[in-house]
Design a protein. Structure first.
Lengths: 394, 394
């Protein structure tokens, strides 16, 4: 059975062009780039090239790029650096809908004596900018706000938020792992101080990330060891994956148009047809600016997990808004923050596309998903055939 | 020109068998192992297998294995975890000859209010066990002592040291990145609580490591985020490299005999012949128990860097004991801790072999290195042709 992969916000296929650039570094060119001999020096040159490719995608300078092991490490590094360099400040501003790499870290930091403000979002998933402004204090060490939400694709006005932070002398970090490669980013004309990238969200392999740190930003390393990355991140360079990430950044720049035209129109058609064919369904974040590849649809009176299992039988890969994979039966913290009613939040499915998706795949999902929902609803104690809910919790 | 690679303590060739197991995960099997669908579940099963392979090499249980991004991350994680879980304790015991991932981190922790004791070594590079015992206090949060030294190959009695720590109720961590795969390790009958592995030191790719954490050990995550690694290390699993590391661990177990017979005899012949042919040379750590693959030789009155450059012209890859790659002209902290005279420490070269080295390569180095030293000495102001030193600093 063919796999129809529509979970690109979770992880992406490694682009064949990316693997091709990596292979020499997994075979003959295994030298340590920090070595004195030319067998290592050659590898160091290739890493420099990759650093240029990554910086080009962001409108940054190569020396502002620190290679890390993943987006989560980049997020942890940014926040811990701000706390370590802004010694007396112990307040963090973030949002209610962040990725666990920010959210769970902040929870832990509260235990260690920090104060954290989570700015709320409205029903469309948009950030409450008034509450954001009010949250900034003289004790705030850092603001960390994601550029685009992984579950809904909703895009936050990070540039505006960054300027407000800067005007108060506060460092601004953005987890941009979902945004990079999908929307244009130019850090040259920006007030953003730090930004996280995850390789495997843009067709590079898992296990590689970037933290952009603006020149002149006070910085304290998270992973401490050797002199790699100009003393800003210890550990032997993950050569092959760094090379792959550079190529992926180059490809992402080339494909940004396609993401915003062909991929967006696939997403739009998928979303429109599913809403048309399935009653009691709605798009979460639908009223807000969104990434071109993501749709998050709630189907009332069904369980997201059950939908995914049935889709899996047809080889369709998607994810539910709920945090089930962590063993929790709570619905997604993102949808709860948006005030999505409990019965709706439980039955949400995220479909996230990429340039590798086709019209035929969209046809297939439009064909298979409506009968799945119908059958599941037939088993639901809350569902009446005429489509009237008998209970709708919050 | 053929490369003669004798810098395996810096990094190693990825074993072709390892790359072969990785490739499916860099092409078709790109699913996120945390996903609900079977496309991800299959990957999760392969990761479980890899965890079993890694634990088998150590005599550990699979649930005691945490995959990290490198040996340095493993070291940082172990030490920071001990400080976070042993809250009032702020003393660390380590040695003067540790890797930067421990040494530089400890320097940083001193700035943050910790107290660090660096146990000295003697002229043979062996640990001063009396000083070690004296250093353990009721305030000691953790002992971190490397199993085998990266520069000299000298093996420390970590088991004895771990038992002493345990008898005082102190956590014991060992950076075993150079030891794993070269000497047998059985953690089942051990007092070691945590142990670091680096993939790229044993023919897995760069960018993957393991932290072993004994069941029941109090643990606090270093990289905080999602629920991966049972909540002990956030970040999407580096699938392909994890799979590769598992295979590399399996291979290492199979090749341990060869390391200790064929590779050891290559190293012994190389060392013997170089000492025979080059006057005023000596093996650093030669009198101590050592890894079978490593030799560190000082050639008096020459600069290690100059030797490496000349060797590079013949395609021979080795490293100097000095920390030149970090831009410092200071000789190695390891050799200085051993009391190696300044003129000797500056002229040291480390040759580290692997199962991929051959008799012919050893012949080539035995042939090429003596004339290199001779020529370099001819330029040295301290060298007299009859071999008499006119000055020998400390």
């Amino acid at each position: 059975m063919k796999t129809i992969y529509m979970d690109n916000n979770a992880t992406t296929r490694v682009a064949p062009e990316v693997l091709e650039t990596m292979l020499p570094f997994l075979t003959d060119l295994y030298g340590n780039p920090s070595s004195a001999y030319s067998f290592g020096g050659r590898v160091a040159r290739n890493i420099r090239e990759s650093r240029e490719q990554a910086s080009a995608l962001l409108g940054a300078s190569p020396e502002e790029i620190i290679f890390t092991s993943c987006g989560s490490e980049s997020d942890n590094t940014a926040i811990m650096s701000a706390l370590n360099t802004g010694k007396d400040k112990a307040h963090i501003v973030t949002t209610r809908v962040e990725h666990p790499a920010v959210k769970v870290l902040c929870n832990e930091l509260v235990k260690r004596g920090c104060r954290v403000t989570e700015v709320p979002v409205d029903r469309k998933g948009e950030l409450d900018m008034d509450r954001y402004k009010e949250s900034l204090t003289s004790d705030t060490a850092i603001v960390s706000i994601m550029w685009a939400n992984n579950e809904t694709g909703v895009i936050f006005p990070v540039e505006e938020a960054a300027q407000l932070a800067r005007s108060r002398g506060i460092l601004f970090h953005t987890d941009a792992v979902q945004a990079v490669g999908k929307i244009p980013i130019d850090l040259q004309q920006s007030a953003i101080d730090m930004l996280s990238i995850s390789g495997h969200k843009l067709h590079a392999p898992k296990g590689i990330g970037v933290l952009y740190v603006r020149k002149g930003t006070k910085f304290s390393p998270f992973l401490i060891g050797g002199h790699q990355e100009r003393g800003r991140r210890g550990g032997t360079e993950n050569t092959a994956s760094i090379i792959g990430l550079g190529k992926a950044c180059e490809l992402a720049a080339d494909r940004m148009d396609e993401e915003n035209t062909r991929v967006k129109s696939l997403r739009d058609r998928l979303e429109r047809e599913l809403l048309n064919r399935i009653p009691h369904s709605r798009v979460n974040g639908g009223g807000a600016p969104r990434l071109p590849n993501t749709t998050n649809i709630s189907f009332e009176f069904v369980e997201g997990e059950a939908i995914l299992l049935r889709m899996d039988e047809f080889g369709i890969c998607a994810s539910s808004g709920s945090a089930c994979t962590s063993g929790s039966l709570q619905p997604s913290h993102v949808l709860r923050a948006m005030g999505v009613p409990f019965t709706m939040a439980h039955g949400s499915v995220r479909l996230s596309l990429s340039v590798y998706n086709t019209d035929e795949e969209v046809d297939e999902v439009i064909d298979k998903l409506p009968p799945i929902i119908e059958k599941l609803r037939a088993f639901s104690p809350f569902w009446k055939p005429e489509g009237q809910a008998c209970a709708s919790g919050t």
